[in-house]
Design a protein around this ligand. Structure first.
Ligand SMILES: Nc1nc2c(ncn2[C@@H]2O[C@H](COP(=O)(O)OP(=O)(O)OP(=O)(O)O)[C@@H](O)[C@H]2O)c(=O)[nH]1
Ligand SMILES: [Mg+2]
Length: 344
């Protein structure tokens, strides 16, 4: 499946139906009063967050969404039927902006959340509403009010707690496949992952969090090298970043620096996020090499963890640490603070 994370659509709410002009005409009521009913209101355009959706792909096929107009008012004070709303389902994590002003209209963060993005117009008043003491037979009615219309921009920013960042082939997808039920493609060539994968990690009863595995970054990604950096939007809202560096790297410190520089080119705020670093693929090392890496300046100065997704070593401890970051981030969000206050 293609992964589409931005889209522009046009929405138009329904117009209100016009009010009606009519007079009662019944056999034994020769001069009945005005009885023109009000027009029905137009349907609105509503956005709804749906956790079963993971991409904005649908909006490349259908870009125009129109809600139904209200019906005209009728005789005998009949109010016109209201137009039905149109409900547009988007993945959880979609930010909705008005294209013209770039104003954020809605941030769809919770399954089932709804937002009205274009209001249906009110129906016009029928002539029965215009009766006054001096005008008992008004020949006046309101037209319906037009429904709102606008262009909307959707941007999907996956709502993950942990973002995995690393060079291609660092073992990101292997790690997420080991700590969650996600089944991403894994292969020994770079850029295996072309679109983000989300996995849910269960750290214990009532303690679960999500991890985003994103495509590998390379030096110059901010200039468009490799797969570029646009997909970094998916780690903009994570609580913590987990950098993954291959334990066989000739210079892990330089690797980490490149990764962080690319992140900073996308958004300096990414560098303010709490982060930790893991050296991956520890199983390829002999015990002597492992002992050497453990004592290396890189490992000690960065408090790097040494893991093997294949052998499973270091994973329970890693999950525990990640959970601490996530828990602390959630608590500070509840208190309305930023930062986790953790120092690992
Ligand atoms: N020995 C060993 N190999 C690993 C380990 N983790 C990943 N690999 C191998 O490294 C290669 C790349 O793994 P992936 O998980 O696809 O790497 P990735 O970081 O997702 O790569 P991209 O999607 O290209 O960015 C595969 O051949 C994996 O089998 C590990 O812990 N030990
Ligand atoms: Mg991958």
């Amino acid at each position: 499946m293609n992964f589409i994370d931005t889209a522009t659509i046009y929405v138009k709410a329904g117009d209100g139906g016009a009010g009606h002009i009519s007079f009662r005409r019944e056999k034994y009521v020769p001069k009945g009063g005005p009885d023109g009913g009000n027009g029905g209101s137009g349907g609105s355009v509503v956005i709804e967050a749906d956790q079963h959706l993971v991409t904005l792909l649908d909006f490349t096929y259908k870009r125009k969404y129109t809600a139904k107009d209200g019906d005209r008012g009728g005789k005998s004070n009949c109010t016109g039927k209201s137009g039905d709303d149109v409900v547009i389902r988007v993945p959880v994590g979609t930010v909705v902006r008005a294209r013209e002003s770039s104003e954020v209209l809605a941030d769809m963060t919770v399954h089932g959340q709804r937002a009205i993005v274009a209001r249906g117009g009110m129906g016009g008043r029928g002539n029965s509403e215009f009766v006054t003491s001096v005008n008992q037979a008004p020949r006046q009615a309101d037209p319906g009010i037009p429904g709102e219309e606008c262009y909307l921009e959707f941007e999907l920013k996956l709502l993950a707690d942990v973002g995995l960042v690393g060079f291609p082939n660092a073992g990101k997808s292997t790690l997420i496949s080991r700590i969650s039920a996600a089944k991403p493609k894994i292969a020994d060539y770079p850029f295996t992952t072309l679109v983000p994968n989300l996995g849910v990690v269960r750290a214990g009863e009532g303690r679960s969090f999500t991890v985003a595995d994103i495509p590998g970054l390379i030096e110059g990604a901010h200039l468009g090298k490799g797969l570029g950096i646009q997909f970094l939007r998916h780690i903009e809202r994570t609580a913590v970043l987990l950098f993954l560096v291959d334990v066989q790297s000739a210079d892990p410190e330089a690797d980490l620096k490149v990764l962080r520089t690319e992140l900073g080119s996308y958004s300096p705020q990414l560098l303010d996020k709490p982060w930790l670093v893991c050296l991956s693929k520890a199983d390829v090392l002999t015990p002597e090499e492992l002992a050497y890496v453990k004592k290396s300046p890189f490992t000690t100065s960065n408090k790097a963890r040494i893991i093997s997704a294949v052998a499973g070593t270091g994973l329970p401890e890693l999950i525990e640490v990640l959970w601490e970051y996530v828990r602390s981030h959630r608590q500070s969000e509840i208190r309305g603070e930023t930062g986790t206050g953790l120092d690992w």
